[in-house]
Design a protein around this ligand. Structure first.
Ligand SMILES: Nc1nc2c(ncn2[C@@H]2O[C@H](COP(=O)(O)OP(=O)(O)OP(=O)(O)O)[C@@H](O)[C@H]2O)c(=O)[nH]1
Ligand SMILES: [Mg+2]
Length: 326
């Protein structure tokens, strides 16, 4: 069913890929990514088949991975930190997939964007997978392909990271898609502090101050953020200072804090929220504001999603919204 070695609609590849992912075969990752990045309408059925094959119903429960969102202002040090975090996770014997969202391109470019990630990993290590993906429409927004990729890879990998650039409201997307969100800031970046204080930004699960090697300025940023969180009644939110340059410091503690959050969070509820948010986002990409109006607005759409069977996957939830909008 392939022409020139390429997948054509109707191929049973989606089912075979889902089966391999369910069996935690990491070598299925590149093909799964290629599939979800096909956004032409004739591919929708194939992508849905893949997602259905890794849904909680097919897996007999939630996907095993810890889905971690890493977000923060441009240049904060996210990718450099991720190189260190990946190394730490690998030392703990965890397989890791990183989806680095490229804000500069809205076009799905696959391998063309591959070098933006700037995440240094051991090329010989076949238990690490790094991929750049095109962004959604807004700064910090996730494209449908990124959500689908995270869903698919979460069946196979131990850790799935989504790295996005964003501050303020724009990091809500990644908060909706991840089990744990770490917001990364560099010392002296006052905007995140202001966003937190003014409530523009949701309180992250973990806050990270990078470039701790700069010394006093990093420590005072950490103090200010901690004080702001305390005044918001979120004093228990961990604020960690890390340096990603050699010798790296604080990275093990950060990995521990991310693990602690996962141990505390109600994973079923968080994943359900992610599926509903993903369906609404996919619906909005496809049908725009007009589609939302046909549903009676965002609130009405949320209520409709809450009425659906909790085990439904994202494509099934999206179809429910489409049926209601007709
Ligand atoms: N001094 C110091 N510099 C750092 C550290 N981590 C990153 N940097 C530097 O900060 C700059 C930005 O780092 P990146 O990791 O690319 O930052 P990013 O947040 O991924 O950037 P974007 O993806 O473009 O938003 C680079 O020049 C890094 O070398 C650190 O711990 N200490
Ligand atoms: Mg980066």
């Amino acid at each position: 069913m392939r022409l020139d070695g390429r997948l054509v609609p109707g191929d049973d590849l989606p089912h075979r890929l889902a089966e391999r992912l369910r069996g935690r075969d990491l070598s299925a990752a590149p093909a799964a990514l290629n599939l979800v990045e096909n956004r032409a309408p004739e591919w929708r059925a194939a992508i849905n088949a893949l997602l259905n094959g890794v849904s909680p119903a097919a897996l007999g429960g939630e996907a095993p991975a810890h889905v971690v969102g890493i977000t923060g202002p441009p240049g904060a040090g996210k990718s450099t930190l991720l190189s260190q975090l990946v190394r730490t996770w690998r030392a703990r014997e965890r397989s890791v997939a990183v989806l680095a969202v490229d804000p500069s391109s809205r076009r799905s470019g696959g391998a063309l964007l591959g070098d933006r990630a700037r995440i240094a990993v051991d090329p010989a290590d076949d238990r690490v997978f790094v991929r750049s993906m095109a962004a959604g429409g807004r700064l910090g927004g996730l494209a449908p392909a990124t959500r689908a990729a995270a869903h698919a890879l979460a069946a196979a990998f131990d850790v799935v990271v989504i790295e996005t650039v964003g501050v303020g409201q724009s990091e809500t997307d990644v908060a909706d898609a991840a089990d744990t969100v770490a917001v990364v800031v560099q010392p002296g970046a006052g905007d995140v502090l202001q966003f937190l204080k003014s409530g523009i930004m949701e309180i992250p699960d973990v806050l990270v101050v990078t470039k701790a090697d700069l010394g006093a300025v990093a420590l005072s940023a950490r103090r200010d953020l901690h004080a702001a969180l305390r005044s918001l009644g979120a004093g228990e939110t961990p604020v960690l200072a890390v340096s990603s340059l050699q010798p790296a410091t604080g990275v093990g503690e950060l990995a521990d804090a991310i693990d602690d959050h996962r141990a505390r969070v109600e994973i079923g509820a968080r994943r359900l929220r992610a599926r509903r948010a993903g369906a609404l986002a996919d619906f909005t990409v496809e049908h725009g504001e007009r589609g939302l109006r046909a549903l009676g607005g965002r609130r009405a759409a949320d209520r409709l999603l809450e009425m659906q069977d909790e085990a439904l996957d994202v494509p099934a939830l999206t179809r429910a919204l489409e049926a209601a909008a007709r």
